[in-house]
Structures are given as C-alpha cells and as structure tokens.
Design a protein around this ligand. Structure first.
Ligand SMILES: [Zn+2]
Length: 52
C-alpha cells in the first residue's frame, strides 16, 4: 500500500486549497481550513466536494 501520509502532503483541498489532515482511522481526510471531509477509498483520496 502506498504511503498515504506522503500523498496527503502533496495534496490540497480542492475547494479552498487548504492543507489536509488525515484522520486516525485513515479513512477520511479533513481540510484544516474549511473543515470539509473527504473519504479515502482503497488508499485513494476522493477529492470531490459534495456541495459543488
Ligand atoms: Zn478546504
């Protein structure tokens, strides 16, 4: 499995371009700026904001 933490560091929130923080269960990402949550499925972050 890929190192998801390294991947997250390269990514930014698609809405506000804020930094992302991985949750402890490694199944969700949270934007520290706008507080949106993104799911991680099979090691791939799903960067589709639900409200766009
Ligand atoms: Zn954001």
């Amino acid at each position: 499995m890929e190192d998801i933490d390294a991947l997250i560091e390269l990514m930014a929130c698609p809405v506000c371009h804020g930094d992302l923080e991985i949750q402890k269960d490694k199944k969700n990402l949270k934007c520290i700026k706008c507080k949106r949550n993104y799911a991680i499925k099979e090691g791939i972050p799903i960067m589709l904001p639900k409200d766009l």
